[in-house]
Design a protein around this ligand. Structure first.
Ligand SMILES: *Cc1c(COP(=O)(O)O)cnc(C)c1O
Length: 454
């Protein structure tokens, strides 16, 4: 029998018969079509009916240099013909070694050791376990707790979920999660009228410091998303918070875990967000953009001091025995090397300044909109906060799903804009052109006007 050609409808039907998609109420797809993507090229995705979509959110914040990037493709094809994967315990490979060398070179000073895992949540688990285990190896086994900030997000596995604070993802599983110390965050959405980001962020730091003062003895580490709390609605704060935090962690003998899984690799305007505070964390978690959006891989960078606390005769039983089958996957490492190569060869961080300035210019129009409470930007991330009432900032009832209306409208115009609740944001691949960015802002503007109508 001759198979009819695939269409959106035929593939969506097969998909919905067998698949269960991430972060999705599957019943929504009774109304909202599932979109099967046939191919990607640069910032564009194409479905099976020939519709094109501009990928304004970098396919969940992973893509940096476009889909089907020729440089990354070529590197991967070469790697594929050489070595796809090998056990990473007892064995190693050139791409893994080169990548670790590069990461040590380009991340903030003092991070001399690289541990690989295979997704962001796993990297967070590794950092939590390493921190706890370090203190234990140093005879401080009373240190068992972690401090996290209000509205933070660190992934979905149970440990990562426990140190996060987004109720929508966390509440259901609360009985399964370890207890953490949650402190008020530096989210500048809540600053007073006329108060600067820096002033608010410093003021809020005192609340964290007070907790350290009382409980540092039982605390392993503080975990933060530097500068932008992405999944928590692209909420932002000033770098001064990180400088204060670094100093306090040193003062109180507590590790600092910087989760740059989303903000790393140029999203905030610098290669890593920590650079803006001039700090080095004790653990740096990387994933998402690490492979340019190609393959799952994560890395935890840490200091030689921490590494040395595990380095001993086997019979001391102080080794870090954590592992994942695909640790250090050679294809993923090679994609990451190609990605970092593009950053360095094309001077991406300084190139991005043009796009960052254009984003700032495009944001102005949204500020006076009667249903927009705030437009905020950090580097390549622009977020627009929809509200019911601009003056009081009363949000739209979540059940109205206004953000979803923006999503649906944008799709009809050929843009993939997937909001976080009522926060519309742009986090495009950096290969987006000025004209594409302008058009994206126009579609968002129309989508917002459509979504706020009764
Ligand atoms: C996405 C994300 C994670 C989790 O990464 P996954 O690869 O989705 O498990 C952790 N932390 C932050 C800040 C993230 O944005």
């Amino acid at each position: 029998m001759i198979q009819p050609p695939n269409t959106n409808a035929s593939l969506a039907q097969r998909d919905l018969a067998v698949l269960w998609h991430p972060c999705t109420q599957m019943k929504d797809h009774e109304q909202i079509p599932m979109i099967p993507i046939k191919s990607g090229q640069g910032v564009w995705l194409e479905d099976f009916d020939g519709n094109r979509y501009l990928d304004a959110i970098s396919s969940w914040w992973v893509n940096l240099f476009g889909h089907a990037n020729p440089v990354i493709n070529a590197a991967l094809k070469d790697q594929l013909d050489t070595l796809e994967h090998v056990i990473f315990a007892g064995f190693s490979h050139e791409s893994g070694i080169k990548l670790a060398e590069k990461l040590v070179e380009i991340t903030p000073a003092g991070l001399g050791r690289c541990f690989f895992a295979d997704n962001g949540s796993a990297a967070v688990e590794v950092a939590l376990k390493m921190s706890f285990h370090y203190w234990r190896n140093c005879g401080q086994s009373q240190k068992t707790k972690f401090i996290t900030l209000e509205n933070s997000y660190h992934g979905e596995t149970l440990g990562a979920l426990a140190v996060g604070n987004v109720a929508l993802y966390k509440e259901t599983y609360a009985p399964l999660l370890m207890e953490v110390i949650t402190v008020p965050g530096p989210d500048c959405y809540f600053r007073e009228a006329g108060e600067s980001w820096a002033a608010y962020s410093s003021r809020r730091f005192a609340l964290l410091e007070a907790v350290l003062q009382q409980q540092a003895d039982s605390v392993c580490a503080v975990i933060v998303e530097p500068l932008v709390q992405c999944a928590g609605g692209m909420r932002m704060y000033d770098a001064v918070y990180l400088s204060l935090l670094r100093k306090a962690c040193d003062r109180y003998g507590v590790h600092l875990i910087a989760d740059e899984i989303a903000v790393g690799f140029g999203r905030t305007g610098t290669l890593f967000a920590c650079e803006q505070a001039g700090i080095s964390p004790d653990f740096l978690c990387l994933s998402k953009g690490l492979t340019g959006g190609y393959l799952p891989l994560s890395a935890v960078l840490t200091t030689d001091t921490i590494y040395q606390a595990f380095y001993a005769d086997y019979t001391k039983l102080s080794a870090f025995l954590h592992s994942h089958s695909y640790t250090g996957n050679a294809l993923a490492c090679r994609a990451a090397l190609a990605t970092i190569g593009i950053f360095q060869q094309e001077n991406i961080i300084s190139q991005n300044q043009r796009l960052i300035a254009l984003l700032a210019k495009l944001s102005v129009r949204f500020e006076s909109h009667p249903h927009i409470a705030e437009v905020r930007q950090t580097g390549m991330i622009l977020a627009i906060e929809l509200v019911k009432d601009k003056a009081t900032r009363e949000p739209f009832a979540w059940q109205e799903r206004r953000g979803l209306k923006v999503y649906q409208f944008a799709l009809t115009q050929g843009v993939l804009l997937r909001p976080l609740g009522n926060v519309i944001y742009f986090m495009p691949p950096v290969v987006i052109t000025a004209a594409e960015l302008e058009w994206l802002a126009e579609v968002a503007w129309q989508g917002i006007n459509h979504a706020v109508k009764n």
